[in-house]
Design a protein around this ligand. Structure first.
Ligand SMILES: *[C@@H]1O[C@H](CO)[C@@H](O)[C@H](O)[C@H]1NC(C)=O
Length: 202
């Protein structure tokens, strides 16, 4: 209990920073702090976003993430960032996070959109330099509608924002097709087609 309180206060109140010690278990207050005597400037710099993640998938979309897992300096900071590269025709499929997301378009043209809890859809074509906010937990997406690849960065109000995509939850999980039919009203042929494409079982 004492060490939990120490790590909680360390992560949020009494310290300038709490670089995550990823060799310890993660908890509701984040990771315990790395020994401050061993912290260097390199704990506050991450160069992994210089390159795109692979977009060799059905959505033609690569996400290169700098969350606390890749960049322990984010521990306790309530912020993280992802580099998103969308091929021509690429899509970030309908998905959600635990926290708000702010994107900035660096290159290309994107339709960004979200759907609120009243089922109102908000979507707009975004160009280089535009930013858009996606409220916490609401389903949202991005579509490359231009004739060039898209580079965008998405920042999150958490060092561990989570990611859940509707298509992957349905068609890359082990939820049996009979149950997917019931909870979506989709027909069996469509479900099987998407399970084959995305790797779902049962
Ligand atoms: C980045 O995060 C997303 C969402 O969790 C995941 O689908 C993707 O594979 C991650 N990218 C890499 C390169 O691990």
């Amino acid at each position: 209990m004492f060490s939990f309180l120490v790590s909680l206060s360390c992560a949020t109140i009494i310290s300038d920073y709490c670089v995550g010690d990823l060799s310890q278990p993660d908890g509701p207050a984040g990771y315990p702090c790395k020994d401050p005597a061993k912290v260097t400037v390199d704990d506050f710099v991450y160069s992994g976003l210089r390159v795109a993640a692979s977009s060799a998938n059905p959505f033609k979309f690569g996400a290169n993430n700098a969350t606390v897992t890749q960049f322990p300096g984010l521990n306790g900071m309530d912020i993280s960032i992802t580099r998103a590269d969308l091929d021509v025709g690429g899509v970030v499929p309908l998905h959600t996070h635990r926290v708000a997301e702010l994107i900035i378009i660096i290159q290309g043209t994107v339709i960004g959109g979200f759907i609120d809890t009243k089922n109102t859809a908000y979507y707009k074509t975004l160009s280089k330099g535009d930013i858009m906010i996606f409220p916490p937990t609401l389903l949202h997406f991005q579509i490359n509608v231009g004739s060039t690849p898209v580079l965008a960065y998405a920042t999150f109000a958490s060092e561990n924002p989570g990611f859940q995509a509707v298509d992957l939850a349905l068609f890359r999980s082990s939820l049996p097709s009979e149950l997917i039919e019931k909870v979506t009203l989709l027909d069996d042929a469509q479900i099987n087609k998407l399970k084959k494409l995305l790797g779902g079982t049962n």
